[in-house]
Design a protein. Structure first.
Length: 127
């Protein structure tokens, strides 16, 4: 199975950010999803995660940074920078800030990440 970036449905769109998501990517219905994020410099997900457990994303992600640079902050206070060419695993309990326009591919459990995406959509709709 494969899909091109432009054929991946947009799940969320906000100024400086587009999240595309295939909720069932070759696994049992809804188990793991493939996601493609385009994020502009300065994008900070932290305000959109307020209200979730620990004010952080409750889903783990495995992925690859195609271009740019992001800084991941964990609820334990740790941070790490991920740059173009990096493969990563972000455990649950994190937030992301973009230091340089970034394109990322993520693979995430859809039960936990779907809830986070729904929360973000609600925050965006509230303005």
């Amino acid at each position: 199975m494969h899909i091109t970036k432009t054929d991946i449905p947009v799940r969320l769109e906000a100024p400086g950010a587009v999240a595309r998501q295939v909720p069932d990517f070759g696994t049992a219905e809804g188990a793991m999803g493939a996601e493609y994020f385009s994020l502009a410099t300065g994008t900070d997900l932290a305000p959109l995660l307020v209200g979730l457990d620990g004010d952080a994303c409750a889903s783990p992600h495995w992925g690859y940074v195609i271009q740019g640079q992001v800084v991941v902050t964990y609820t334990d206070g740790g941070t790490e920078s991920c740059s173009a060419g990096d493969v990563f695993h972000w455990p649950a309990g994190h937030s992301v800030r973009v230091d340089d326009d970034a394109e990322l591919v993520l693979f995430s459990p859809q039960d936990s990440h779907g809830a986070v995406m729904d929360h973000i959509a609600t925050k965006l709709a509230a303005g």
